[in-house]
Write a new protein. Sequence first.
Length: 162
Amino acid sequence: MTDKKAILEKILPAAVLKALTPAAEQAVPPAAMVDDIVPLRNFPYRVGRETRVKIVDGRVERTERLQGDTAQPSNDLYLVDEGHLLNISREHFQIERDDDKFYLYDRGSSNGTYVERRQVGGGASEDTVELRDGDTIIVGSKESPYIFQFIVLDDFEVQPCR
């Protein structure tokens, strides 16, 4: 019989990013989100700014990524930054996993990333911080509207349906 636990571990995310603001929710492509949740299954999980956008009727909209594009993507999640002053760098941060611990590593972003009001990267003295269940992540400056909550799911036991 197939190992059901192994199958569940492949399908279910180890953690999620929950959009806490309308701007954060709108920045995530619809295909990457379930309601206001971004599932994180593979690590490192890289986040950066979508550069393939255009202005339509005064709104910023994503353009289609070419299907034939063979270039390796630099991010797992591309966020659209609609601000006049950009908060999100093209290669902003990544979430790494080491056994049962998670870490946020700033990838050299201009404004840095704030984890529980603590600046990481963007000129701060450190570029990595341990993430804990429930931590708030602000992508960009302190005033950035792109705010997410990091939620760990690994510690929940999933009961099979009968």
